[in-house]
Ligand binder design. Sequence first.
Ligand SMILES: Nc1ncnc2c1ncn2[C@@H]1O[C@H](COP(=O)(O)OP(=O)(O)OP(=O)(O)O)[C@@H](O)[C@H]1O
Length: 349
Amino acid sequence: MTPRLSLRGVSRRFGSVAALDHVSLDVPPGEFLALLGGSGSGKSTLLRVVAGFEAPDAGAVELDGADLLALPPHRRPVNMMFQSYALFPHMSVAANIAYGLKREGRPRAEIARRLEEAVAMLGLAGLESRRPHALSGGQRQRVALARALVKRPRLLLLDEPLGALDANLRERTGFELRAIQRESGAAFIMVTHDQAEALALADRVAVMDRGRLVQVAPPREVYDRPATRFVAEFLGAANILPGTRRPDGALDCPGAGCTIRAADPLPEGAEAIALRPERIRIGARPGENSATGTVEEAAFRGESSLLLIRLSGGALLRVSHAEEDGVPPPRGSRVRVNWDAASVVPLLG
Ligand SMILES: Nc1ncnc2c1ncn2[C@@H]1O[C@H](COP(=O)(O)OP(=O)(O)OP(=O)(O)O)[C@@H](O)[C@H]1O
């Protein structure tokens, strides 16, 4: 199937900064892709190139097989929703939503019908005559989405769409966004700083670092099998244990004070492994990876406790201890920890 959006070798420099460095990406129809990366990694530049607000120095951008770069922004079947929402303050909700259709010169009856559809889809009935200042943050966000979706874009670009909402509303609105995306059938690309949000909402997560896409994969894979150390660190809370690869494919890890084995021999070039805190157990289990250490901190977090364990080699290990596994060892206790070979993720680069 032709991918809805296809980027091939897209680059964009600003002086000495490579905002986009040979980016290639396919987004199939109806996919919800989260673009995740630190500040300045190139996320907004990527959206701006697709929307047409920025021209790449090199590369190709196609939508449903047609060259997108040949079209000016307003002719592209792509819409962009900005973090600020950019609603017109002097216009009603209805006028804001219908604005783009009016500008396209659509017949009045069609505008009325599509406006009604968008209002229903976004749960905005009853608010049509209000001005943006008389709406809550969540309602404003839904008006901005309605305005973007009413034009039935094949691709919707969202730059930190939930950034202006408080934590509670953020979660609920995120789920709503997901439902709206399914209903609309459009492909969504959502920029976010927030890794939990990206993992929760997206079909695939694309992780950017310094203008490059370092991994594009389903949330579980990015989380469980980070391709690089950057991804493992960016997705938060993984233990990274550096070491020296042995000829038999195990890793001598001085910080852990042990040799670590993965399910398969570590590939050549592996200089570290990642280990999720929830994959580590307290106690000895024969035949598995194990190390000894001292509990330095124990923090109760509801369904689990976070333990910081100083291993005999000096590395500090984050361990998530589930409530159902009983009372965690107290601060100061000497413990043995173990983890399966299958939980060991080799890290390259
Ligand atoms: N118009 C511009 N002129 C000069 N440099 C720019 C311009 N636009 C972006 N850059 C630079 O390109 C790099 C990527 O910027 P971009 O805004 O795409 O990052 P981002 O990942 O969206 O960051 P943030 O999360 O902070 O919005 C940054 O180093 C930025 O300073």
